[in-house]
Design a protein around this ligand. Sequence first.
Ligand code: ADP
Ligand code: TRP
Length: 324
Amino acid sequence: MTRILSGIQPTGRFHWGNYFGAIRQYIALQNGHDTAFYFIANLHALTTVTNNDVLRKNVIDAATDLLALGLDPMRATLFVQSDVPEISELCWLLMTVTPMGLLERCHAYKEKKARGLSAHTGLFTYPVLMAADILMYDSDLVPVGEDQIQHIEVCRDLAGTFNHLYGEVFVLPKSYVLDSSAKVPGLDGGKMSKSYGNAVEIFEDLAVQKKKIMGIKTDSRPMEEPKEPETDHLYNLFALFAPTDKANEMADTYKKGGFGYGTVKKELVILAEQYFSKAREKRRELESRPEIVADVLNEGAKRARAKAKEVLKRAQGACGVEWR
Ligand code: ADP
Ligand code: TRP
């Protein structure tokens, strides 16, 4: 039995990059594996989101988006990180085996320090909380983007040290690196990210979405000139949404030249709308019945917590804090 687990931070509305780079793959993984746990990492998000109303809203939005996009609560368990308070205790147990140097090398903290900014201990110990998230559910496989591989290594390190000291308590997880060819470009051609202001949200108002797509940055070469589709971010976005034959046809058009970027953009507007039209409909339905989302999260929390209690007890017994 393979246990899959991953977390996603509720730091804003999900965009195309999140979908093609992560969410679509989580949803695919819910089929065919014995258990899949996905959670909304609101404790991690607290290191950046400090408005309580925004954080609460982001959690509901994230859950609603995931369900609308096809996450099936009958196949996968969806829950909110803070609904399993056991996580804080496991995090502490792990901190007692975490060398300072290991965390000092972790990129989020290191980059912040390099920029001369002061970091709080929440950011510094972020990877330990992430290790607790993973070890808490005896996870075997953790689907993540490349930037998170270092954190999985930290997790394996901590689990190994704990096991060495106290016996075989934790399952050592493996990372499952999400398809990096799905690195989605943003409106300006750089990596799509909510921090760069170049993202298209999945469920953005269609008029706003159209305006953004029509504004995608393109070069000023003459229409007749042949162009290379592979290195063109507009083409790359087009290819994410178009069926293969349509994408190949467009690639040929690029190579031949004699087309305008405006035409490609107009087609992309239509393709993107069609691609997510069912999900939009599902989202509207869920929005009108928020109790469905709440039920899914409550049921998910119950399942996750049952497993968490079992694993925490094992860890407490092994290290001796359970003294009776
Ligand atoms: P953002 O950069 O917008 O803050 P996150 O860091 O919260 O996005 O990313 C959440 C997940 O989505 C991660 O697994 C990440 O690898 C994936 N992801 C984000 N942006 C992209 C992108 N442009 N292309 C592919 N995957 C992405
Ligand atoms: N740090 C991850 C990210 O920013 C989110 C996350 C928190 C996570 N805990 C996790 C991912 C446990 C996988 C497993 O993308």
